[in-house]
Design a protein around this ligand. Structure first.
Ligand code: NAD
Ligand code: 89V
Length: 340
């Protein structure tokens, strides 16, 4: 694994607890973070992995079966490039890159090397969202027509990820990218998109609020909302609140993972709560469960020689929605995805 910062703890513990996977080596430029990550694995009962400051050296000396890249986006092109040169299958955190041109270069490099490359896009692997998809596909509300996916909260994101206060592209690229992926997962590819962004909190470089309207090829119109500035109690972090209007009914996922399905014959309520890993903590339980599910999907695909659901090629389409949203917000008009 390369990158042992804020979010790495979740990857480390998920790999450690996964059958058939052994964490053999860690890499980070920061010696303190590297040691702390190795300590975490030892404290969890694992063998201390070998430690490296340089990925190329790690791949030469260790020759792992795959690499997990958990650094921030600026380093992904170089690091995935090294994995591609060594022909090592790779899973890489989101956002895949700072812009779509870099995403496409990474997709090409991995494609030419013939390595499996998956993006760690974990929202569609959240237990509650997988259950929602099953219910929708089972026809619970008929054919979806209109939807709203809302991730608006006041989570203090800059505490754990202070670098985010300095990025020009904030909530769309860091957070709404997840919700765009959910929109594709639930309703299919998007033809056109309209977006408006807002900067509410003082002292940050990028936008911390966004409202987007998506026209899907399936006929669904979805609203995708994201915010890091919303003052709300109880704060729904890290939940995506969902409302879906279908030809035969209405479905809502509210705070606390309560799903309500309303149809002509009545209303049904059920819990779609995630199953928290025993190494998780209460606030991050759903995120941690989704990390586990994402990593397990990568391993299943490697073993079976399948393309992952959020392969590099697939994630290029999610990333195109982010690029279209910034273009739309800057130009104040609808953007056709075919032009991105
Ligand atoms: P971070 O800055 O805390 O940690 C990144 C680590 O990578 C640092 O320790 C840094 O020294 C190391 N690093 C950078 N370049 C390197 C290189 N070339 N070689 C070796 N080590 C290098 O970042 P973070 O907050 O942990 O975020 C990492 C990624 O995870 C980001 O892309 C972020 O968007 C993503 N993330 C995803 C979720 C999610 O739910 N999917 C949540 C939080 C963060
Ligand atoms: O998804 C992310 O990258 C994170 C968080 C879940 C905290 O919003 O920034």
């Amino acid at each position: 694994m390369v990158g042992c910062g804020f979010f790495a703890r979740n990857h480390l513990l998920a790999w450690h607890h996964m059958d058939g996977v052994e964490l053999v080596a860690l890499c980070d430029l920061d010696a303190g973070r590297l040691q702390a990550a190795a300590d975490l694995i030892e404290q969890a009962g694992g063998t201390r992995p070998r430690l490296f400051a340089d990925l190329d050296q790690m791949l030469r000396e260790v020759r792992p079966d795959f690499v997990d890249v958990v650094t921030t986006m600026e380093s992904h092109e170089a690091l995935v490039g090294i994995c591609a040169r060594h022909k090592v299958p790779t899973i890489c955190q989101k956002p895949f890159a700072p812009d779509i041109a870099a995403v496409r270069r990474i997709v090409d490099v991995a494609g030419s090397a013939g390595i499996p490359l998956m993006v760690h896009e974990n929202f569609r692997f959240q237990g509650p969202m997988m259950q929602l998809k099953q219910v929708l596909d089972g026809g619970a509300v008929g054919r979806p027509v209109a939807a709203r996916l809302s991730w608006r909260c006041g989570f203090e994101v800059f505490k754990g990820q202070p670098y985010l206060a300095k990025v020009d592209r904030l909530v769309l690229l860091d957070l709404v990218i997840h919700v765009f992926d959910l929109a594709r997962f639930l309703f299919g590819e998007v033809d056109r998109l309209l977006a408006r962004t807002q900067k509410v909190r003082p002292g940050i470089a990028g936008e911390d609020g966004a409202v987007c309207l998506l026209e899907h090829g399936s006929g669904v119109i979805s609203e995708v909302l994201g915010s890091y500035h919303t003052k709300i109690d109880p704060d729904p972090f890290p939940e995506t609140l969902v409302r879906i209007d279908g030809t035969d009914g209405f479905l809502e996922v509210g705070h606390g993972f309560e799903m309500t399905i309303t149809r002509h014959d009545g209303t049904e309520q059920r819990s779609i709560a995630p199953v928290a890993p025993d190494w998780g903590d209460p606030v991050w339980a759903m995120v941690q469960e989704s990390v586990l599910n994402t990593q397990a999907h990568f391993i299943d695909c490697l073993r079976e020689g399948r393309e992952p659901a959020t392969s590099a090629r697939d994630n290029e389409r999610t990333f195109a929605l982010v690029e279209a949203a910034y273009r739309s917000a800057a130009q104040g008009r609808w953007v056709d995805l075919a032009t991105v």
